[in-house]
Design a protein around this ligand. Structure first.
Ligand code: ZN
Ligand code: ZN
Ligand code: ZN
Ligand code: ZN
Length: 317
């Protein structure tokens, strides 16, 4: 049996040491269940013209140059290079004919963002729609759970219930925390991911990651916070992490990263509290055969930080 765990000490009472044990998490989350939370495009007033602009081969929207065969069958430029100069519809030679009329029709179209059913009110000219959709604030988020190939996407409330129900993550109400990360035989482990903790405070959700990996030649532990929302909103918050023991401590202060940035990207940019393994074992005390790292932390909202940085628990939920 694995003895790795996070002990969670409630923020209201640090002396109350509730031990919550978790198994070390490897990539084992079965994501075979289909999740139909990807919202398809809603009402399009110009459906028939839009259908004309759909490539018959790949079904993507076509952008200039749009090609056609001698019989007038259209094709997108990506598919054109793949069909070896044969029209996929009539098998005739394709040649090199552009369909300027359809390109012009596309130019005159104005279409709602494909995430309009998720709340995006924007309407775009055909040719700038795609560019917007790649960065639309209403586009679904990917599941922030690390160490799994989870493909679930959705809005924040959906992902919060998904994390709680499917990944069984720790849900934590409040803006301060005091966790103890425990690992037996810490010297044997090169890569490990501990159970994610999701914090709910200021009406927002934050993910606290803790993991072990090899940074260059050095084994390290890293803790960092991600914000379940967009980059611009993430900047309204700050957090601090503190780890120590035996008369030494390391304090990290930073801005949570949006979950739009993958867990891996944040980790690889070293944007968090990094503890060398030797230092972590020194903090743990004892015989160094077990890691027992206490990480305390706090999340606060930047504009509301007028009370001298003291977090009033009643305001935190
Ligand atoms: Zn195509
Ligand atoms: Zn044809
Ligand atoms: Zn949009
Ligand atoms: Zn997931």
């Amino acid at each position: 049996m694995e003895l790795d765990s996070i002990e969670c000490i409630s923020c209201s009472d640090i002396m109350d040491e509730d031990e919550i044990h978790h198994h070390l998490h490897h990539s084992q989350f079965p994501s075979s269940k289909p999740h139909n939370n990807v919202v398809s495009s809603a009402i399009h007033p110009t459906t028939s013209v839009q259908e004309l602009l759909e490539c018959p081969v790949c079904t993507n929207s076509m952008y200039p140059p749009i090609h056609q065969c001698h019989n007038g069958h259209t094709l997108c430029s990506t598919c054109k290079v793949r069909v070896h100069n044969r029209c996929p519809t009539c098998r005739q030679e394709l040649g090199d004919i552009r369909c300027l009329a359809l390109e012009k029709v596309a130019e005159s179209l104005e279409l709602p963002c494909k995430y309009c059913s998720l709340g995006c009110p924007e309407i775009f000219p055909y040719y700038s729609k795609l560019k917007h959709e790649a960065i639309c604030n209403f586009r679904p988020y990917s599941c922030p759970y690390a160490g799994s190939e989870c493909l679930v996407v959705g809005d924040i409330p959906y992902l919060v219930s998904h994390l709680r129900d499917d990944h069984k993550v720790d849900m934590h109400l409040g803006c301060t925390f005091n966790h103890r990360y425990v690992k037996s035989n810490p010297r044997e482990v090169e890569n490990a991911t501990w159970m994610l903790t999701v914090f709910n405070c200021f009406g927002q959700y934050f993910c606290l990651h803790f993991e072990a990996f090899q940074l260059g030649m050095a084994p390290v532990y890293m803790a960092f916070l991600r914000f379940m929302g967009d980059e611009t909103d993430a900047r309204s918050y700050s957090y601090s992490l503190e780890v120590g023991g035996n008369g030494r401590k390391i304090i990290w202060e930073g801005t949570p990263r949006s979950i739009r940035d993958s867990h891996r990207k944040v980790r690889d940019s070293h944007d968090g509290l990094i503890i060398q393994r030797n230092m972590a074992l020194f903090f743990s005390g004892g015989d160094r055969n077990e890691l027992k790292l206490r990480v305390t932390g706090r999340i606060w909202k930047e504009q509301q930080n007028l009370d001298g940085g003291v977090c009033i628990p009643n305001l935190c939920s």
